[in-house]
Design a protein around this ligand. Structure first.
Ligand SMILES: [Zn+2]
Length: 273
């Protein structure tokens, strides 16, 4: 419906001008793809999902003239996180990539690394805690990993996932990729409290233990998950843990794209077009 689409875009532009941070948890099936748009319109993509759905979504949510992605963060090299990014590297000007450079023989990861080289994109290897400044008062506090996985083969690529808290003024989003050792963050005594929790590992029971979920204590929990996936995600214990801390649960398999705006004081949800 064109009228709705254009009024949606207008409201989006007004939101940006009003100094809002927009976070789009995109429905890409079984996988993660998150688009973050800063108040002045810089674009950050965290993971790209398992296919080229991301490219279509960028066409919907980015202004037609915006062909630059300022930063891509690849949490880890599994297909359901990296595959959709390959086409983004081909079609957009990507200024910088944050990743661990852990080794993986996933074919889509090889294609991703090839495009990084062909397009001569700046890469920052994440191997310790750090704060990334996206401008406009938007920061990404990287909490994990705290060791270098670069050039290493590991037992579980999930446990190399770049994990961090996106912060805009007094609002925050916790993003953990497919990390299954979040209790290590609790043990480090970090302040993990966040308004939104992008639920770890698509709601798997291998992640999301109650200690961690309680420490994050989110108002909203967003699960990126494909309908009828053969992993059984999200799993019962995860949903119970989220309910027990009073989080309102959203799922991409049920609601499609999930869009949240922060005015710096609180997040509100905007209906996708
Ligand atoms: Zn995954």
């Amino acid at each position: 419906m064109p009228f709705f689409a254009s009024s949606y875009r207008d409201s989006q532009i007004r939101g940006d001008q009003a100094g809002a941070l927009a976070v789009y948890f995109l429905d890409v099936g079984q996988g993660d793809a998150t688009l973050i748009r800063t108040p002045s319109g810089d674009d950050i993509i965290i993971d790209g999902g398992p296919n080229n759905v991301l490219i279509k979504k960028l066409g919907v949510y980015l202004p037609f003239y915006d062909k630059t992605i300022e930063t891509i963060i690849l949490t880890h090299p599994d297909n359901d996180h990296v595959a959709g990014l390959v086409e983004v590297l081909r079609r957009y000007k990507v200024e910088k990539i944050l990743m661990t450079r852990v080794l993986s023989d996933s074919p889509s990861y090889q294609s991703f690394l090839d495009e990084v080289e062909i397009n001569n994109i700046e890469v920052e290897v994440i191997a310790s805690e750090e704060t990334v400044d996206f401008g406009d008062g938007v920061f990404f506090n990287i909490l994990y990993p705290i060791e270098s996985f670069a050039g290493k083969t590991v037992e579980s690529t999930n446990n190399t996932s770049i994990t961090g808290q996106l912060v805009y003024a007094s609002t925050s989003v916790m993003l953990t990729g497919d990390l299954e050792v979040e209790e290590s963050l609790v043990a480090r005594g970090l302040n993990l409290k966040s308004d939104i929790y992008h639920v770890g590992h698509h709601g798997s029971n291998n992640a999301n233990d109650l200690k961690f979920v309680s420490a994050v204590n989110p108002k909203y929990a967003v699960i990126s998950v494909g309908a009828d996936n053969h992993y059984g995600h999200p799993q019962y214990r995860t949903l119970k843990n989220l309910e027990s801390v009073g989080a309102e649960i959203f799922r991409t398999d049920k609601s499609g794209d999930l869009i949240f705006y922060s005015n710096g004081l609180e997040f509100s949800q905007l209906q996708a077009p």
